[in-house]
Design a protein around this ligand. Structure first.
Ligand code: BES
Ligand code: ZN
Ligand code: ZN
Length: 515
């Protein structure tokens, strides 16, 4: 889909449908919606007065489709509810934009024109409003299409299949703006929104794609191919040789070679600070010899969602190429498989910082690969903050549900700022504790640490406590457990079924400080 901006009168646009908006409870529309009502001789406000009691009320994400019967050039008007005006936020604006696109997809139309929702007085700065509209629209228009085969190869059947595929997504969305002084700001916002959405979509595609395609080597090659970033990779036996015994222990059961990817973004001008991102890149988590039941294994191609979010964010930074912060990404990636070579429950390994770990559960593998990656990241780069993203624990889903990521760490300010960035970006985070008393979860009888000590107690905090053992005392660090929101079993607003690309938006909003 292409999103563009044009100066003019929305009512005069000639497209498949016009998208206009309405705050909850309003029956006499103003602005762009009012202009369309006027052009329609007031049938819109008449209809609104009729439906406000029993039908369309303008609730957030509600849509009403009205035919225009030749009164204006476009055959349909889609009214999208913005919810209560006093409750409008960046997140609700994004959701309303997404709902409008979903209504278009239902109608199987291809070209639409819209007004810029929620911009200006009492609303969002024009540039933010445009960014948010673009994000919501692109993200709602997303479909995972990489592995749909063409069953019939005859010319006619192929054309038909292509025709069908096309009709599933929108082709063009034009923002029509009356005030020509706003066009420049809208264009800037659209550019940012497009970059954010593209980043999120790359992460979604990688998470959705099958683990026989998205292997550790696929992630390595994808990282190496990003223009404008430096990429260094440590592969295979070199990982164990370098002293990363915990990472190597996880990779051992698989025939796929492990990689430790290091991407760097260096700004054109002198950097104001340095931030390091770390992402869990288990391309398939069978549990290893502590094998998962088949039901829990089904979606475990998503166990590289942290890696996907981190690499996709780096790619977006390179695209925008205007962030004044130096950003590094470290991604340990491998498969967690059972085999004759696999790590046994009971094995003891030594991590890069010299700590020994009793692996009593090979399914708690994320913390093992992250432990070494975190130590390595601290040795390679002096950062003001390290943020790791990982689908680390099922316990996080139990504690917070599917919508919310757990956030914990050693930097209270960053914790608050990331949570706030998430709210604006449309992703939810909630703090979880790392109490000193929880160190008891890490006690092993035979080694410095055990990888799965706390049975049925504060599992996400236990994961965080384990990672903290690999963070230097003065290092600011945040751990984001995205096990819940990285994968969705239903679609709503800008969130699709399957891989969600969770984390990309928050990281970008946090790094850029967008509001
Ligand atoms: N990849 C899983 C966590 C997970 C579970 C992510 C469900 C997304 C959805 C992780 O490697 C794992 O298996 N964790 C164990 C930890 C336990 C053995 C301490 C878990 O959650 O059961
Ligand atoms: Zn696991
Ligand atoms: Zn895992």
């Amino acid at each position: 889909m292409k999103i563009t901006v044009k100066q003019g009168d929305i009512a005069a646009a000639k497209v498949d449908a016009l998208i206009i908006n309405l705050f909850q409870g309003v029956t006499q529309p103003a602005g762009g919606t009012g202009a369309v009502d006027k052009a329609l001789d007031g049938i819109l406000s008449q209809e609104l007065k009729r439906t406000i009691k029993s039908g369309f009320k303008g609730k957030l994400g509600e849509t009403l489709v009205l035919p225009t019967y030749g009164r204006i050039a476009s055959p349909y008007v889609i009214i999208v509810g913005l919810g209560k005006s006093e409750k409008m936020t960046a997140a609700t604006l994004r959701q309303a934009s997404a709902a409008a696109v979903r209504a278009c997809l239902k109608l199987k139309i291809q070209t639409v024109a819209t007004i810029l929702h929620g911009a200006g007085i009492g609303g969002h700065p024009v540039q933010s409003a445009a960014r948010i509209l673009a994000e919501g629209s692109y993200l709602a228009n997303y479909q995972f299409q990489l592995r749909k085969g063409k069953k019939n190869t005859s010319k006619k059947a192929t054309d038909e299949a292509e025709e069908q595929d096309k009709s599933k997504t929108l082709e063009s969305l034009i923002i029509i703006e009356l005030d020509k002084n706003r066009i420049g700001q809208i264009e800037l916002g659209l550019e940012q929104g497009k970059a954010v959405a593209e980043g999120t979509i790359i992460a979604r595609d990688w998470v959705n794609d099958s683990p026989n395609y998205v292997t550790p080597t696929f992630l390595k090659l994808s990282a190496e191919q990003i223009p404008g970033l430096k990429c260094e990779v440590m592969s295979g036996d070199a990982i164990a040789k370098a002293g990363m015994g915990a990472f190597a222990a996880v990779a051992m059961g698989s025939v796929e070679k492990p990689h430790l990817i290091h991407l760097s973004y260096v700004p054109k001008k002198k950097a104001v600070k340095t931030i390091t991102l770390v992402g869990k890149g288990i391309t398939f988590d069978s549990g290893g010899l502590s094998l998962k039941p088949s039901g829990s294994m089904e979606t475990m191609k998503m166990d590289m969602a942290g890696a996907a979010a981190v690499i996709a964010t780096m790619k977006t930074l390179a695209t925008l190429n205007d962030l004044p912060i130096e950003v590094h990404a470290f991604v340990p990636t491998c498969e967690n498989m059972p085999s004759g070579h696999a790590t046994r429950p009971g094995d003891v390994v030594t991590a890069l910082n010299g700590k020994t770990i009793e692996i009593n559960n090979t399914d708690a593998e994320g913390r093992l690969i992250l432990a070494d990656a975190l130590v390595y990241a601290q040795q390679k780069v002096k950062s003001d903050l390290i943020i790791d993203l990982a689908t680390l624990t099922g316990a996080c889903i139990v504690a917070l549900g599917k919508l919310v990521a757990g956030a914990m760490g050693t930097d209270e300010t960053a914790l608050v700022d990331i949570k706030k960035a998430g709210e604006i970006a449309g992703e939810k985070f909630w703090p979880l504790p790392l109490f000193e008393e929880y160190e008891s979860f890490l006690k092993s009888d035979i080694a410095d640490l055990i990888n799965s000590g706390a049975k049925g107690e504060a599992g996400s905090s236990a994961g965080g406590m384990f990672l903290k053992e690999f963070i230097e005392p003065k290092q600011n660090w945040i751990h984001l457990d995205i096990a819940g929101p990285a994968w969705s079993s239903s679609e709503k607003y800008e969130i699709p079924k399957g891989g969600t690309g969770f984390g990309v938006r928050t990281l970008l909003y946090y790094l850029y400080g967008w509001s």
